[in-house]
Design a protein around this ligand. Structure first.
Ligand code: ATP
Length: 315
């Protein structure tokens, strides 16, 4: 359970000076004042600090309109800030608000035992530059962290805890579905609905991831088949190449043997031709000396003949 303790405003709408409203434990706290004195600005401040995103719901045109705009005697301010202090009261079932329970989670997320209390300060700041900041216990946080605190408590923008002027009539005449949303929030169902929505969106994200993984698997499968085909081709190529090397080596070794045989035969015939050549040379020498002898014999015969002719003429 959460109880509103204090509201502090500075620079928010008509609160140029720092304003503080303390909510007492017992009874009803009322803000009374003349028309236009800024009463509704307080409920706007609560809706705003709880994360209201619509400037129209805060009765402005744009979000910057929540920053004090100045008056005849005062200059406009550059920043609006609203802080609310709440007391968390443990209800013995893990306190309900927030999801964290581990030692690493923020203090406000840790469960409280029944009756145990803890204060929590929620702040929102907006600068005229457009820069905006949410804080829990002085530490910057996400808008979602703030929304998580108030889920199922009835506090929060558009919840039943803040009912502006004219809203009661609007609620009574609103659509049954809108009334149902309000009753569900009051019954604490919204928190579970929000969790279910979150779980469903996580499931959807998981489904999409799964379908992406399936796509990737199909793609990997395609690539694996193509690689298998390439590997088969490579294996066949290696087999054929090895066979070709075997055949070539057989061809070359047969040819080499043939060449060696041929060389042996040529060498033998060379040796034979060499010895035959020598015999021919010897024959030529023998014939040359025979011719020389015959020539010497012819020369001697001719000389004899000449001698005989000379003697005959003398006779
Ligand atoms: P009623 O009783 O008529 O509903 P109220 O008391 O609720 O009035 P609010 O509507 O809360 O009054 O306050 C309106 C006042 O806040 C106006 O005087 C308006 O000028 C002032 N105001 C609103 N926004 C700003 C702003 N950004 N800067 C300065 N003043 C602002």
């Amino acid at each position: 359970m959460l109880k509103l303790r204090r509201i502090e405003l500075i620079g928010f709408k008509s609160f140029s000076d720092r304003g503080e409203i303390t909510v007492h434990d017992s009874g009803v706290t009322a803000i009374v004042g003349p028309n236009g004195c800024g009463k509704s600005n307080v409920s706007d401040a609560i809706a705003w600090v709880l994360g209201e995103q619509s400037a129209k719901s805060l009765r402005g045109e744009k979000m910057e309109d929540v920053i004090f705009n100045g008056t005849r005697n005062r200059a406009p301010m550059g920043m609006a800030e609203v802080s609310i202090t709440l007391t968390q009261i443990g209800n013995g079932n893990g306190n309900g608000n927030g999801n964290g329970s581990g030692p690493s989670s923020a203090l406000w997320q840790r469960p409280l035992s029944e009756g145990q209390t803890r204060d929590i300060i929620v702040q929102r700041r907006l600068y005229r530059s457009g820069e905006s900041l949410y804080l829990i216990d002085g530490k910057p946080c996400r808008l979602r962290d703030i929304q998580e605190i108030f889920l199922g408590t009835g506090l929060g923008p558009n919840s039943y805890a803040i009912i502006e002027q004219g809203r009661v009539g609007q609620l009574l005449s609103s659509k049954p579905s809108d009334r149902r949303a309000l009753i569900e929030e009051a019954a604490g169902i919204t928190k579970f609905k929000a969790k279910r929505k979150l779980a469903e969106s996580r499931l959807e994200a998981a489904r999409q991831n799964l379908s992406r993984v399936n796509d990737i698997l199909a793609e990997v499968d395609r690539q694996r088949n193509s690689l298998k085909r390439q590997a088969g081709k490579a294996r066949r190529y290696i087999e054929v190449r090895n066979r070709m090397r075997e055949i070539l080596s057989n061809v070359f070794s047969t040819r080499a043997e043939m060449f060696v045989d041929q060389q042996d035969r040529i060498e033998i015939s060379l040796v034979l031709m060499g010895s035959e050549g020598k015999e021919r040379e010897q024959e030529i020498e023998r014939l040359s000396s025979f011719v020389h002898q015959r020539r010497t014999d012819v020369a001697a015969g001719e000389k004899n003949l000449d001698d005989l002719r000379g003697r005959r003429s003398e006779i």
